[in-house]
Design a binder for this molecule. Structure first.
Ligand code: MSK
Length: 647
C-alpha cells in the first residue's frame, strides 16, 4: 500500500505505516483488497429486493441494450428504490438519535430520568414558543413535558398532521413550496416505513414517484436533526465559543485515555461527569494525569461543542487511534463505529465497550446504558477504562501531531458576535458583507471521510479554494474534524488562506468580539447541520428571500454514510446546490442522475453536483453562488429602477 494515497497528516501517516508494518488490517487495506469494487453495486443497479435476485441489470446505452430484472424492473426503478432505502436508513439514524433525546427529556419532566436536568431554560422557552406552546405562567417542568411530547408526536404522524418541527426551521416560502410539491412529511416513522414499503418488490416502480417519496423522507431526516439539536441544547446547554485540540496527539500517555465514539450525547455527557468524579481513582491506579476523555466522530463533536473535549479521530482514523497503544477504552453509542475496532483491540489492552441495545459488536464488552441509571452506568464504564489502563502491555507510541482549534459556532453565538458589530441589527452585518461582495457566499461543509478519497484531503482542498474566493465556510461532523486537524479552525488560518474580502470581514468581527475568530466556523455534529439551516433561514427571513435565492451552498467532499445521502437530499430539497465528492450509486440510471443533478434545480433551486476533483468542485460551487448573486442583483436593479412591471 502506498500510504500517501490514503492519509496526509503526520499522525495518521505514522500510525497507518505501523499498521502496515505489523500486518494489522485497516479500512484502507481492506479497501485495497476489495478493489475493483462491483460495478453494478457502484452504479446502483443491483437489486436484492426479493429472493429471485440478485438481479444486476446493465443500464441503457450499452451493447446489451436495456436490461430488466426478473420482475421486469428497469435500471431507473432499481436505482430509485436503492436510493430511497438509503435515505430512509439515514433518516432512521438521525431521527433515532433525536427520539432518544426526546424520550429522556420527557423522562426529566416525569421524574423518570433523575440524572438529567434542564441546562438551558431560555432555549426551552424559545423552542416552545416557536412550536406554538404557551410558556407564560407555566412551571418549567410543564413546558419540558409539552415540548418533549410535541417532539415525540413528530414521529407518529398522528391523524395525518404534518411534522411541526420542520415549520419552525425553514422560511415560510420554502415550506409553501414543499407543501405545493406534496413532500411535507406527516410523521418521521411513517415516512421511513412508507419508504421501505414503496421500495419493496412489486410496489412503487415509478422512479419519479419513488424520488418524491425519498425527498419527503429526507425531510424527516432534517426534522430529526433539528429535534436532536434543539433538545440536546435544552438538556446540556447551547454551546458557546470554546477552544480545544484535534488529532491523535491529544492522547496522553500518563492518563487513562477513554475515547467516546458515535453520536448520542446522552451517554457521553455522563461519561465526562463520571470522569471528573473518578479522577482520584484513576490517579490511584497509576494514571498520573487522571482521565483524558477525547472524541471520535460526532460524539466527539457533541462534547467538543459543549465541554471543550478534544477530538482524537474522525471516521477513517478511528482504527489508527488504537495503534498508539495508549487507548484504554473506546465507548461506543450508535453509528459510524467500525466493527473492526474489536479485532484490532485484540492486539492491545484496549476495551471496546458498547452501550446501546441496538448497537453491539461481536466480542466487545457490553455495558448497557440506561437513562434511568445514567450516572451509575457511566461510573461503571469509566471504572472499566481505569481497569484496562492497568493492563497496558504494548509499547505506547503517540504521534505528537495535533492542532489547536476553536468551535461552538451555534446560531446563538454567531448572532452574539454580530451584535458586537451592530447591536440593533446583527444580521445586517452578514447581509451587508454579502451585498458589498466582501463575502461572496456561504458554504456548509458536512459529511464524513471515505477511503475512496485521501483522508481530509478533499475537505482541505475545497475549503482552500472557497475561502480564497471569500466564501464564508461553516462545518459540521467529520468534515469539521478534518478541518480542525489541519488548522483551519484557527484564526491564524484567516491570514494564510482567506481572500481579501473575507479577511476584512473576519477582522471586523474579531475586533468587535474581542476574540480572534477562526477561518472556518465549527457548528457541531451531524445533527447540527440543522444549525446551519437555521442560520440560513434567519438570513432568508431577514432579507425576505427564500433559501433557494440566497448565495448559500453545501458540500460533502468525502461523503460516506447513508446519513450523508439523506442530508444531501434534504439540502437539495431545501434549495441548496450540494456538492458530493464521491460518486453515489445512482449513475446506473440516466433518468435518476439527471433528476438529481439537473431537474431538481428547476423545482427546488438546489441540485447535486457530483465532482471528485476538489478544485473543480469548488469552482462549480462558486459558479452557483455567483449565479444567485447575479440573479439577486438583477432583481434588485429591476425593483430600484421600476423598469420591470407586469402591469
Ligand atoms: S460521524 S456520519 S462519518 S460525519 Fe457523524 Fe462522521 Fe459521517 Fe459518521
Amino acid at each position: 500500500m502506498n500510504i500517501e494515497d490514503y492519509v496526509i497528516d503526520p499522525a495518521n501517516t505514522k500510525m497507518l505505516q505501523l499498521a502496515e508494518d505489523e500486518g494489522v488490517s485497516t479500512c484502507f487495506s481492506r479497501y485495497e483488497d476489495m478493489t475493483p469494487q462491483c460495478g453494478f453495486g457502484a452504479a446502483g443497479v443491483c437489486c436484492t429486493m426479493c429472493l429471485q435476485g440478485p438481479c444486476r441489470v446493465n443500464p441503457a446505452d450499452n451493447d446489451k441494450g436495456n436490461q430488466e430484472g426478473i420482475c421486469g424492473a428497469r435500471d431507473y426503478t432499481i436505482v430509485a428504490r436503492n436510493l430511497v432505502r438509503s435515505i430512509a436508513a439515514g433518516s432512521a439514524n438521525h431521527s433515532g438519535h433525536a427520539r432518544h433525546v426526546a424520550e429522556v427529556l420527557r423522562g426529566v419532566a416525569l421524574g423518570e430520568a433523575e440524572d438529567y436536568e434542564i441546562k438551558d431554560e431560555a432555549k426551552l422557552k424559545k423552542v416552545a414558543t416557536d412550536l406554538g406552546i404557551e410558556v407564560d405562567g407555566k412551571e418549567t417542568n410543564e413546558i419540558v413535558k409539552e415540548v418533549a411530547e410535541e417532539a415525540i408526536s413528530n414521529f407518529i404522524g398522528f391523524h395525518g398532521e404534518e411534522v411541526s418541527w420542520l415549520k419552525t426551521a425553514i422560511p415560510e416560502s420554502r415550506y409553501n413550496l414543499l407543501s405545493d410539491c406534496d413532500v411535507i412529511p406527516q410523521g418521521i416513522n411513517d415516512a421511513i416505513a412508507d419508504s421501505m414499503h414503496r421500495s419493496a418488490m412489486g410496489v412503487d416502480s415509478d422512479p419519479l414517484n419513488l424520488i418524491f417519496g425519498g425527498l419527503e423522507t429526507s425531510l424527516t431526516d432534517f426534522t430529526g436533526c433539528a429535534i436532536g439539536t434543539d433538545l440536546s441544547d435544552i438538556l446540556f446547554g447551547t454551546p458557546e465559543l470554546i477552544e480545544s485540540e484535534a488529532n491523535l496527539g491529544v492522547l496522553d500517555e500518563d492518563a487513562v485515555n477513554l475515547l467516546v465514539h458515535g453520536h448520542d450525547p446522552l451517554l457521553s455527557e455522563k461519561i465526562v461527569e463520571a470522569a471528573k468524579r473518578l479522577e482520584d481513582e484513576a490517579k490511584a491506579a497509576g494514571a498520573e494525569n487522571g482521565i483524558n476523555i477525547a472524541g471520535i466522530c460526532c460524539t466527539g463533536n457533541e462534547l467538543l461543542m459543549r465541554q471543550g473535549v478534544s477530538l482524537a479521530a474522525n471516521f477513517t482514523s478511528q482504527e489508527l487511534a488504537i495503534m498508539t497503544g495508549a487507548v484504554d477504552a473506546i465507548v461506543a453509542d450508535v453509528q459510524c463505529v467500525m466493527p473492526s475496532l474489536q479485532e484490532i483491540s485484540r492486539c492491545y489492552h484496549t476495551d471496546i465497550i458498547t452501550t446501546m441495545d441496538i448497537a453491539k459488536v461481536s466480542g466487545a464488552k457490553h455495558i448497557q446504558f440506561n437513562d434511568s441509571s445514567a450516572n451509575a452506568d457511566a461510573d461503571t464504564i469509566v471504572r472499566t477504562a481505569i481497569e484496562a489502563f492497568q493492563k497496558r502491555d504494548a509499547e505506547v507510541d503517540i504521534p505528537e501531531h495535533k492542532s489547536k482549534l476553536m468551535a461552538g459556532f451555534t446560531v446563538e453565538q454567531i448572532v452574539e458576535v454580530l451584535q458586537k458589530v451592530n447591536a440593533d441589527d446583527p444580521l445586517s452585518v452578514i447581509t451587508d458583507a454579502l451585498a458589498s461582495g466582501d463575502i461572496r457566499g456561504i458554504a456548509l461543509f458536512a459529511g464524513c471521510n471515505n477511503v475512496k478519497t485521501k483522508q481530509d484531503h478533499n475537505h482541505l482542498e475545497v475549503a482552500k479554494e472557497l475561502v480564497k474566493n471569500d466564501v464564508l465556510c461553516v462545518a459540521t461532523g467529520c468534515a469539521a474534524n478534518s478541518l480542525g486537524k489541519h488548522g483551519f479552525l484557527l484564526p491564524e488560518a484567516v491570514e494564510e488562506y482567506a481572500g481579501e474580502g473575507l479577511k476584512k470581514v473576519m477582522g471586523i468581527l474579531s475586533d468587535a468580539a474581542g476574540v480572534d475568530l477562526p477561518l472556518v466556523w465549527h457548528m457541531g455534529s451531524c445533527v447540527d447541520n440543522s444549525r446551519a439551516v437555521r442560520l440560513a433561514t434567519a438570513l432568508a427571513d431577514y432579507t425576505g428571500l427564500d433559501l433557494g435565492e440566497l448565495p448559500i451552498v453545501a458540500t460533502a467532499p468525502e461523503a460516506m454514510h447513508e446519513k450523508a445521502v439523506s442530508i444531501g437530499t434534504w439540502a437539495v430539497t431545501l434549495g441548496l446546490p450540494t456538492h458530493v465528492g464521491v460518486v453515489p450509486p445512482v449513475t446506473g440510471s440516466k433518468l435518476v442522475t439527471e433528476v438529481a443533478t439537473k431537474i431538481a434545480k428547476d423545482v427546488y433551486d438546489g441540485h447535486f453536483i457530483v465532482e471528485t476533483d476538489p478544485k473543480a468542485a469548488a469552482e462549480k460551487l462558486i459558479a452557483e453562488i455567483d449565479e444567485r448573486n447575479w440573479i439577486q442583483a438583477m432583481k434588485t436593479k429591476a425593483r430600484e429602477s421600476d423598469s420591470y412591471t407586469t402591469e
